[in-house]
Design a protein around this ligand. Structure first.
Ligand code: FEO
Length: 164
């Protein structure tokens, strides 16, 4: 397959594994803060990012490409508040959206049609990813310094049982 597209997908695989690692780190922060609901949400999110990485891994394998796994950076582990965590998660998703868009642009420029079709899934997914992280930022902003509001939100957010 096209070398430039393959290289860029390998970069994206590393980004998705990093995202999984970052959300795992955020999960441990929430566990340490006794916010089990947010921890559960992050646990699901980490699994979802792992699935994103694997989707790209399988795409390269199917195309006869070569997967080259990269080193994964150490994720941030300390945060100032639950709101700061979700703001960091949203900022990360915005970064991922940008890299997916760049990857799509490359697939168009290189006339790699199968990659374009596969990446359309990611383009749609990023809309959802930003929307869900954004909603959690908004809710935590509304909760402000209220401990009872935070506990209510934690119970609600913890109902997440799927990675989608
Ligand atoms: Fe795989 Fe949250 O982007």
């Amino acid at each position: 397959m096209n070398q430039k597209v393959q290289d860029a997908i390998n970069e994206q695989i590393a980004d998705e594994f990093y995202a999984s690692y970052l959300y795992l780190s955020m999960m441990t922060y929430f566990e340490a803060e006794s916010l089990g609901g947010y921890a559960q949400w992050m646990r699901m999110q980490a699994e979802e990012e792992h699935a994103h990485a694997m989707k790209l891994v399988d795409f390269l394998i199917e195309r006869g490409g070569r997967v080259q796994l990269q080193a994964i950076d150490k994720p941030k582990a300390e945060f100032d508040s639950p709101l700061a965590v979700m703001q960091a998660a949203l900022a990360h998703e915005q970064k991922v959206t940008e890299s997916i868009n760049n990857l799509y642009e490359l697939a168009v420029a290189e006339r790699d049609y199968p990659a374009q079709v596969m990446l359309q899934w990611f383009v749609t997914e990023q809309v959802e990813e930003e929307a869900s992280a954004g909603a959690l930022v908004d809710q935590l902003t509304l909760a402000g310094d209220s401990g009872s509001a935070l506990l209510m939100l934690d119970a609600k957010v913890g109902q997440r049982t799927t990675t989608a």
